[in-house]
Structures are given as C-alpha cells and as structure tokens.
Design a protein around this ligand. Structure first.
Ligand SMILES: Nc1nc2c(ncn2[C@@H]2O[C@H](COP(=O)(O)OP(=O)(O)OP(=O)(O)O)[C@@H](O)[C@H]2O)c(=O)[nH]1
Ligand SMILES: [Mg+2]
Length: 302
C-alpha cells in the first residue's frame, strides 16, 4: 500500500472507554500474530449501509453516506494507523443498481484492488429485508468469479438496520437466524460451495446498527437488541477471520482471469465441431465411396 496517506486513528478515541479497551486488545492480538496491517474490503448491493458501517467502525465520518444513489461510484480506501498497526478499509459502490449486477462497477473494483491483498471481506446486506432472490445469488457469483471461491474463507456477512422489532410472532433471535440462514444459503449457492464443503467455509454473520438512535448500555456503548455492544463484536469477528489460518487474497491477473467466465480457459468448440463433422459427414462419405468402388463394373474394352 505504498504511497497511501495513513493518518493516525483518531476516531478510536471517540468510542466509550469500554469499547476502546476491547478494540485495543483486538489490535494487540493481531500484532502478536505478526499482522501489522489489515485490509478489509466492503461489498454489497446499493444502499445497504456499507459506507455507514465503515464510518461506525472507524469512529469518524471518513466516507460519504447517502440515502440516495452515490454520485461518485468508485472505490475508496481509508487508512488509519495506531501503535504501528495499519487498518485499511475499502468502500465500494453498490454492486446492484436498477435491478441488475453492474459490470462496470465490478471492473472498477477489480482495477482498484490490483496488487492489494484482501484480509477480510465484509459482505453487507440489511437485516430487515425478508426475501433473498436470484439477484443476490448473482452478486455472490460475480464476487466469486472475480476473486475466486477462496474469498469466502475470508468473508463475513454483516446485517445492518439491526435495531428493529420483528414482525408478528417472531422473536428477534428467530428473525436473525432465519435471515442469516437464507442469506448464507444464497451465498453457498452463488459461490458453488457444496454440502460437504459447508464446514470448511464457515461464514460468520454479525449485526450492525448505524443509526444515531442506536440504544446504548450503561458504559455508553452502542448495543444490539440482544444487549451485545456491536462494534467490538464486529471487530472481534473480523480479527478471527484475519487469523483463521487461510491466507489473504492477493488480487492479481492470476486471481482475476482464471475465474472470469467471459474468458474461457480452453475453447473446445472447434475440436468438437471437427469430431462431429468427421463421424457424421466425412466417414459416411468415405464409406459410400468405398462401396461404390467395390461395385463398379469394369468395361470390357478396359
Ligand atoms: N436505521 C439505519 N439506517 C442505516 C443503517 N445503515 C445505513 N443506514 C442509512 O441507509 C442509507 C444508505 O446508507 P449508506 O451507508 O450510504 O449505504 P451504502 O451501502 O454505502 O450505499 P451505496 O454506496 O449507495 O451503495 C443512509 O441514509 C444511511 O443513513 C442502519 O444500520 N440503520
Ligand atoms: Mg456507500
């Protein structure tokens, strides 16, 4: 990440002391494991709360939040350092706008990430969306095609708008588990993770509430309806992924091209066409010629 402006992580001091202490412990844990840089890629559909989540985690308004479609749809990396540790968070434009997966956005993200290593992917969606459709699967497929299936070893699902009252007859826990299960199922299908591979790709799900009206506990920490302070909880899950033994994803031509479905690895069509032509056209003609030659009567003059 040479040439990148790395500012001191001042936002950490904006958090209540209880949160600060937990975050400092988590950063120390990373440093103890020789991880002095952590690069987090944040992706998801438009307007789900990607930028708001980044601002909440950094504790500063570092990226633009808008209730409407972003005006400058390009990736941005924010870097903050503290005690020799550097945190990079990459915000990206919504991958789906107007009902389809935006290929141009994907291309701009891939170009931006070239030569960078992704340590953690936050795949963001909303808790209060009760349906998963084919478009969700397409987004996951596009991420997988772009960076390889391995990216899901370094991924976590983040559900925003977590401070809500569930619809009738559902408890908060039931709503969370139904929503996470349907989204994880969609991720597995889109990423082509087979049933026997599910254990191998354990993707955690964390809840986030970015609203200024988020409830707080007695230590002034923002909490989920379950009482869990969500910022240290998310950073804890991020740390676990960073240290889960799977290497980060280095984005280079090797990662991007073999998985890009628009560039076929081996074009078998000409070979197949030749084989079909041989068996169904050339061979029958040869057979007919042989037959005709064998039946030919030689004129007496010859
Ligand atoms: N209540 C509530 N509102 C949220 C939450 N997260 C984001 N919002 C609001 O949702 C809107 C979109 O948030 P953004 O953070 O800009 O979403 P985004 O995914 O970055 O959007 P794009 O960059 O346009 O794809 C803004 O009005 C936010 O204030 C949340 O957890 N709770
Ligand atoms: Mg945004």
């Amino acid at each position: 990440m040479a040439g990148q402006l790395v500012k001191e992580w001042a936002g950490i001091q904006q958090f209540p002391v209880a949160t600060q202490e937990k975050l400092v412990d988590l950063l120390a844990k990373l440093k103890n494991q020789n991880a002095d840089t952590l690069t987090i890629l944040v992706m998801g559909k438009g307007g789900v709360g990607k930028s708001s989540t980044i601002n909440s985690i950094i504790g500063e308004r570092v990226v633009t939040v808008s209730a409407f479609q972003s005006e400058t749809p390009r990736p941005v990396m924010v870097s903050r350092s503290r005690a020799g540790f550097t945190l990079n968070i990459i915000d990206t434009p919504g991958l789906v706008e107007g009902g389809y997966v935006n290929d141009q956005v994907f291309d701009s993200i891939k170009r931006f990430l070239m030569t960078k290593t992704i340590d953690v992917l936050l795949y963001v969606d909303r808790l209060d969306a009760y349906r998963v459709d084919d478009l969700d699967k397409q987004v996951v497929k596009a991420i997988t095609d772009s960076f390889g299936k391995e990216i899901w070893h370094k991924a976590m699902v983040v559900l925003t708008h977590a401070q809500l009252s569930p619809p009738d007859a559902l408890t908060y826990e039931e709503l969370f588990s139904k929503r996470s299960e349907s989204l994880l199922k969609c991720v597995r299908q889109g990423a082509r993770i087979s049933k026997k591979d599910v254990q191998n790709f354990a993707i955690p799900v964390a809840l986030v509430e970015n609203s200024g009206r988020c409830n707080k506990n007695e230590h002034d920490e923002k909490i989920l309806p379950t009482g869990t302070p969500w910022i240290p909880n998310v950073v804890h899950a991020i740390t676990d992924i960073a240290l889960n033994g799977h290497g980060g994803i280095l984005v280079d031509q090797k990662v991007i091209h073999p998985f890009n479905p628009s560039i076929p690895k081996h074009n078998v069509m000409p070979f197949l066409a030749f084989v079909l032509q041989y068996f169904f056209v050339i061979k029958p003609i040869q057979k007919q010629i042989k037959y005709d030659v064998s039946r030919e009567t030689i004129p007496s003059w010859a």
